[in-house]
Ligand binder design. Structure first.
Ligand code: 5RP
Length: 292
């Protein structure tokens, strides 16, 4: 009972980010830019996904002193990333008091089989998903927030669109299923039936679902909101653009005004060059394939 109550609080905290933008930052200066632009939270990490992709090597939880300096620099919530399955990194982040942990495929996985048992933590977690099965498995492990994975660091929105559409289509299928069909479907996609029943009843995931990976323009962010995202994560799209301050503000505004094309036109004007994009077909590594 106590555990369920805790999950409700974590899930409620995640709901407070709705209609907002969460920005990846690697320095206190970037965190201040994000806060001034109206980000609802920042995400501390050692390198933005475009740099992780370019430089390679093992990407880990960011340096603790850096995370603390980001926490000191801003008053909005600070999230930080850990490697998939790296329970020790997560315990360290909980000990220093970060507000949220992202168990992220953008970092190099630490475990090829298991994700972190997130129920063991007081701090809430967000996890990535490409489809309903992945989303529901992460929720079963205790995630209080889901983000569709997209393909981080590419500046290419196609995978984020694919993942959001897939989750939505699968939710619509679930809504038409009888109890016995749901048991069979749960087995097929590897998802616990109790959470699928909640999805059927709510017509959505029981936690907020943000879009991530590849958002590079205000129009990209608006597109993800049109597809039903509760909000947006942006990393490389801001700090690899020509004018991060302008781009950050424009993406925040576009998430708020996603349904107003005239406003979006105004928001999209004179914001500088977006980050350079990459064709998905040409990628050597697909970060979205990490996690299962
Ligand atoms: O939450 C995230 C992954 O853990 C990142 O913030 C997101 O994927 C960033 O992607 P991009 O650099 O393409 O904006």
């Amino acid at each position: 009972m106590e555990e369920r109550g805790t999950w409700v609080v974590k899930k409620g905290f995640a709901e407070m980010f709705k209609n907002g933008v969460i920005m990846d930052v690697t320095t206190p200066e970037q965190a201040k830019i994000a806060q001034e632009a109206g980000a609802v939270a920042v995400m501390a990490l050692e390198r933005v996904p475009a740099d992780i992709r370019k430089e390679g090597g093992v990407a880990r939880m960011a340096d603790i002193r850096l995370i603390k300096s980001i926490m000191e620099a801003v008053s909005i919530p600070v999230m930080a990333k850990v490697r998939i399955g790296h329970t020790a990194e997560a315990r360290i982040l909980e000990a220093i008091g970060v507000d949220f942990i992202d168990e992220s495929e953008v970092l190099t996985p630490a475990d090829d089989k298991y994700h972190i048992d997130k129920h063991q933590f007081k701090v809430p977690f967000v996890c990535g998903a490409r489809n309903l099965g992945e989303a529901v498995r992460r929720i079963a492990e205790g995630a209080a927030m889901i983000r569709t994975k997209g393909e981080a660091g590419t500046g290419n929105i196609i995978e984020a669109v694919k993942h959001m559409r897939t989750v939505n289509e699968e939710i619509r299928r679930v809504q038409l299923m009888s109890d016995e069909e749901l048991v069979h479907y749960g087995k097929e996609i590897g998802a616990p039936v109790e959470i699928l029943k909640q999805v059927r009843e709510l017509g959505r995931l029981p936690v907020v679902n943000f879009a991530a990976g590849g958002v590079a323009t205000p129009a990209d962010a608006a597109l993800m909101m049109m597809l039903g995202a509760d909000g947006v994560f942006v990393g490389s799209g801001i700090f690899k653009s020509k004018d991060p301050k302008k781009m950050a503000r424009a993406i925040v505004d576009s998430v708020l005004h996603w349904d107003d094309p005239k406003m979006l036109a105004k928001i999209s004007e004179d914001i500088g060059q977006p980050m350079e994009g990459k064709d998905i077909e040409e990628l050597d590594v697909k970060l979205q394939e990490r996690g299962w």
